[in-house]
Write a protein that binds this ligand. Structure first.
Ligand code: NI
Length: 190
């Protein structure tokens, strides 16, 4: 296992549409090592999740995990989840109607120091493969729905800064000074 270097905003690999993981790749030792490295890298960086393009591997795999996270103290726990070739289906209209959105100041390990307010569907289904090729079908409601959409966006070359509401981007220090805790994460459906 190894902590890998995280690509930063501007690196072209973050803008590629990542390649699907084939059965052959999935079964390889190198791919299993990549998953272990994603987990170790995101834990080291206090991430809520990380996607393979962020460690310079253009493959459709991401991991998520939240325990008590100092970067996102208001996020509920998310068990360790590995998603290979994930496909997201929103279970509310897109864009979400009032009452059906999660509105969160997101950050990203590839956009260090910046936060921005992103409004996303608060209920999604994800179909994917697990790390050993098993079928996975999960539903995410509330803040974890924002996290999984953020991670899967990475696989399509999309970053939260592309989705942030105009005028909402700010640096972490200013976020902590000027955005009241009650405004940092709003689950309209809660
Ligand atoms: Ni990110």
């Amino acid at each position: 296992m190894a902590i890998r270097k995280i690509a930063q905003l501007g690196h072209p690999i973050l803008r590629r549409v990542a390649d699907p993981v084939t059965a052959e790749v999935l079964a390889s030792a190198g791919f299993q090592a990549l998953i272990d490295d994603l987990i170790e890298t995101q834990r080291d960086a206090d991430g809520a999740g990380i996607a393979a393009p962020q460690v310079h591997e253009s493959l459709r795999v991401c991991v998520m995990e939240v325990k008590a996270n100092p970067r996102y103290p208001s996020l509920p726990a998310i068990p360790l989840t590995v998603l290979v070739n994930p496909v997201i289906t929103p279970l509310v209209p897109v864009p979400p109607a009032p009452g059906q959105a999660i509105v969160m100041y997101e950050g990203c390990l590839s956009v260090v120091g910046l936060r921005g307010r992103v409004r996303r569907p608060r209920h999604v289904r994800v179909r994917a493969l697990g790390r050993h090729g098993e079928s996975v079908e999960l539903e995410f409601v509330g803040p974890p729905a924002a996290v999984v959409q953020h991670e899967c966006d990475h696989l399509d070359g999309v970053l939260f800064v592309d989705r942030a509401e105009p005028g909402s981007l700010l640096f972490l220090r200013e976020f902590e000074r000027f955005v009241p805790p009650a405004d940092r994460l709003i689950d309209e459906g809660a």
